[in-house]
Design a protein around this ligand. Structure first.
Ligand SMILES: Cc1cc2nc3c(=O)[nH]c(=O)nc-3n(C[C@H](O)[C@H](O)[C@H](O)COP(=O)(O)O)c2cc1C
Ligand code: SF4
Length: 437
């Protein structure tokens, strides 16, 4: 474990949120669009891309792929149209940090997308937004309208000759449409099915043209990187994982919300100092670190860990999408897994047999256990089905659901065994254990 850190820098949440912090006038007073001006007037597209590569920025959508390496696949002089898509689908349960940017600082995303579009020679950029996002849609559309009226979006931006339009495409509430290739199919007007790779999306993406898909938070870092430089960005966080992360924390936590932490921040400090510990002074049972698709870590496991992928991954999980769920002692993990498996089964798009059938089996097995008809060997069967999904599906949802199931079964098997033997939860009587009708 690395030495515990005391520093705490902010990149995205550097201002107090007011009723007007989403508006152009306030954003400009905070320095918005200065980085766009700098990029368009003093840097070549290649220089911008080089700066992003040098910054070491990694994707904040879940897989932590290096952003500069993704961008480097795009060829400047291939004569083809290129596309950029901001992924604002934010469907991973427990995750609501992109929403914070869209509602409170939409110009940060607009400016960053324009800089990215310049670097990637994109003329048409898209924001794919989940259908349920009403306020974020209104705020971002308002920001785009203001920016267009001010000559910051559209033709001849800031009089430099560079032009780029940004349009919002609203999804219809499918979890899988947050997967990058499914998202592009959805924009094309097709069913939101994930695509097999290769070819990579940076080679054949939207309308079969080279396309970059980046998460909203990932993109929102770009303006800061261009304004302050790659070295300044690398000075925040850890050398291997620079920058900050937006963590949306929910569950039985006293002060749920979105927190910006420097990578390497103490986990304990976030939960007990910043978030005020657990509700009603309960003990922390476990944490789902980065959306429900990441493996659960016990309260004891996170006690000495820092929020750094270099520590979270060796501990057997991942920081994923930054959607942290803190779970109090006394919560029934059987019911928790049941809710998760119902979700995955409902959301499976059905293209791959291991996911389509596996999710159904897992859901039926957990329902059978909760109904008091479970057998002890059901638990081994659930583990076997989960392992079968690993690496055998088109998109990451099959693997992720398997990891989540294996993680809970490995650490809380005794709760499942108790339910199977006694026909009821170990925590019967607790609110979380009430059976749904
Ligand atoms: C089932 C599934 C759902 C996903 N949902 C999202 C999402 O809502 N938002 C997001 O940014 N990435 C999501 N991803 C990850 C994207 O496929 C992609 O890796 C990401 O948008 C790339 O951006 P980044 O490199 O900036 O992280 C999802 C992946 C899978 C497999
Ligand atoms: S893994 Fe599941 S969600 Fe992903 S493509 Fe296959 S069936 Fe669809």
């Amino acid at each position: 474990m690395a030495e515990l850190r005391e520093r705490d820098a902010k990149i995205l949440m550097t201002f107090p949120v007011t009723a007007s912090s989403h508006l152009l006038a306030e954003a400009r007073a905070r320095g918005a669009y200065a980085a766009l001006d700098k990029a368009l007037r003093t840097m070549t597209p290649q220089q911008v891309a080089k700066e992003v590569l040098a910054s070491g920025l990694q994707g904040r959508g879940g897989a932590a792929f290096p952003t500069g390496r993704k961008w480097a696949v795009i060829q400047y002089d291939d004569g083809q149209p290129h596309y950029l898509c901001a992924n604002a689908d934010e469907g991973e349960p427990g995750t609501f940090k992109d929403r914070w940017i869209l509602e409170n600082s939409p110009h940060q995303l607009v400016e960053s997308m324009l800089i990215a579009a310049y670097a990637l020679q994109v003329r048409h950029a898209f924001v794919y937004m989940r259908g349920e996002f009403s306020a974020p849609f209104r705020r971002l559309q308002g920001a785009l309208d203001e920016a267009r009226a001010a000559g910051l979006v559209g033709e001849n931006i800031l009089g430099t000759g560079f032009g780029c339009d940004i349009m919002i495409y609203r999804g219809a509430g499918s979890y899988v449409c947050g997967e990058a290739s499914a998202l592009l199919s959805s924009i094309e007007g097709k069913r939101g099915y994930p695509r097999n790779r290769p070819p990579r999306l940076t080679v054949k993406g939207l309308y079969q043209q080279p396309t970059v898909v980046n998460n909203v938070e990932t993109l929102s870092n770009i303006a800061w990187i261009v304004q302050h430089g790659a070295e300044a960005f690398k000075a925040v966080g850890t050398p291997k994982h620079p920058g900050t992360r937006l963590i949306s924390i929910s569950g039985h936590i006293a002060r749920p919300g979105v927190y910006e932490i420097e990578v390497g921040y103490r986990w304990r400090q976030l939960i007990y100092d910043d978030c005020g510990g657990m509700q009603h002074g309960a003990a922390l049972k476990c944490v789902i670190p980065g959306g429900i698709s990441t493996k659960v870590l016990t309260g004891a496991e996170i006690e000495t860990l820092n929020l750094d992928p270099a520590e979270v991954e060796p501990a057997g999980s991942s920081m994923g999408s930054g959607g942290m769920v803190a779970i109090a002692e006394g919560t029934c993990m059987v019911r928790l897994l049941q809710v998760m498996l119902r979700f995955y089964h409902h959301e499976s798009c059905g293209q791959c047999t291991p996911c389509r059938e596996g999710m159904g089996w897992l859901h039926r097995l957990i329902d059978r256990i909760v109904d008091g008809q479970g057998r002890l060997d059901d638990l081994d069967m659930m583990a076997r089905i989960s392992r079968l999904q690993d690496g055998n599906t088109i998109c990451g949802m099959g693997d992720a659901a398997g990891y989540a199931t294996l993680g809970i079964l490995a650490k809380y098997r005794h709760e499942f065994e108790h339910w199977i033997r006694e026909g009821r939860s170990m925590y019967e009587g607790n609110l979380e254990c009430r059976r749904s009708s």
